[in-house]
Design a protein around this ligand. Structure first.
Ligand SMILES: *Cc1c(COP(=O)(O)O)cnc(C)c1O
Length: 336
């Protein structure tokens, strides 16, 4: 696997820490719980899109782009991180935000990631839920080309084979940390959405024959669709990397029982998970992704799916900025 074959902008603050979570482990009484801190990747308050953007932005430069176009939900972390890196690299950025939740409160519409999008200087276009976002981005690209600009489109979540290379690098980084810290890992768990993170991890962990399984906790699609999306992207990523055939279908596993009412819609499990991890470990999760991912991990520990003595690593993909857009979901927080 030769990642140096691909142009890359090195901006990730890494290796990101791998930490034990003693108080959460004790509270649940199940496996030893570790956390890989990809919320600390740097770039506009951090998160998993930093690693993808290293490869995507280098590709944009290679194509002579001067403007980045991307899309996401209103409180998209991906959009916010893309705007931040565009600012850093002296490019313009147009983001298209889809109203996937219909939430009307000012904190959701204006605070959190949306405030940062404007602060970093993006052109922000709001579109109704159900819009064909890829078609909408193509239209914006046409407009920009007509005005003499050179647009480069990054898909939602930065999830294409180039972006997924970022999570191949994370897989290699983790395997190295596990080996040097003598940590025998039974499973890596994380929130899975647009599929690039899980696809990259699976390619990295399978391609190195690490024998470490990955479990994605879904935040939007149903299990079958999510696993298919991840698998298809993993296959293409492996081909791009020159290791075709390294991904087995059985190694792509998603559990989509924790989505609740839909993408970005709070669940009681998410509120419990975010509050527990804040109060036991001082770590901020997010309401859309890592909060639901952790809700899944907590439930699976309680059900005995993961057992005492096993070592489980939760990959923290970031997103805490969105908490400011979701304060209402937490109601009146009582002191401990
Ligand atoms: C985008 C995102 C994810 C999901 O990653 P995908 O590569 O889209 O599956 C998880 N957590 C956070 C905080 C994100 O912003």
């Amino acid at each position: 696997m030769k990642l140096t074959n691909f142009p890359r902008v090195h901006i990730t603050h890494g290796p990101t820490p791998l930490e034990f979570m003693p108080r959460l482990t004790e509270a649940l009484g199940g496996p030893n719980l570790y956390i890989k801190r990809d919320d600390c990747t740097g770039l506009g308050s951090g998160g998993n899109k930093t690693r993808k953007l290293e490869f995507l932005m280098a590709d944009a430069v290679k194509h002579g782009a001067d403007t980045i176009i991307t899309q996401g939900a209103t409180q998209s972390n991906h959009a916010r991180q893309t705007v931040a890196i565009a600012a850093k690299m002296g490019m313009k950025c147009e983001i298209l935000l889809e109203d996937r939740t219909g939430f009307k409160d000012a904190s959701y519409k204006k605070s959190g990631n949306v405030f940062l999008d404007h602060l970093y200087g993006a052109g922000v276009r709001e579109l109704p839920g159900g819009t064909d976002m890829n078609a909408a981005m193509a239209t914006v690209a046409e407009e920009l080309r007509a005005a003499g600009r050179k647009p480069y489109i990054i898909p939602g979540g930065g999830s294409n084979p180039i972006g997924a290379l970022g999570y191949v690098t994370c897989a290699l980084e983790m395997v190295n940390q596990f080996n040097t810290q003598d940590l025998r890992v039974d499973c890596v768990v994380h929130a899975t959405g647009s599929a690039g993170t899980q696809a990259g991890l699976v390619v990295g962990l399978e391609g190195t024959r690490s024998l470490i399984p990955v479990l994605g906790i879904g935040v939007r699609a149903a299990k079958e669709a999510q696993e298919t999306n991840v698998y298809n992207l993993a296959v293409k990523t492996a081909e791009l990397l020159g290791v075709p055939g390294c991904v087995r279908r059985e190694s792509v596993m998603a559990n989509c029982d924790y989505v609740g009412g839909g993408y970005g819609v709070p669940t009681p499990g998410m509120v419990e998970a975010v509050t527990m991890v804040a109060r036991l470990e001082g770590i901020l999760l997010d309401p859309v992704y890592s909060g639901k991912g952790m809700a899944g991990l907590i439930d699976l520990c309680r059900k005995g799916h993961f057992k005492k003595g096993e070592n489980v690593v939760f990959l923290h993909t970031g997103g805490a900025v969105a908490l400011y857009g979701y304060m209402d979901a937490f109601g009146d927080l009582k002191p401990l």
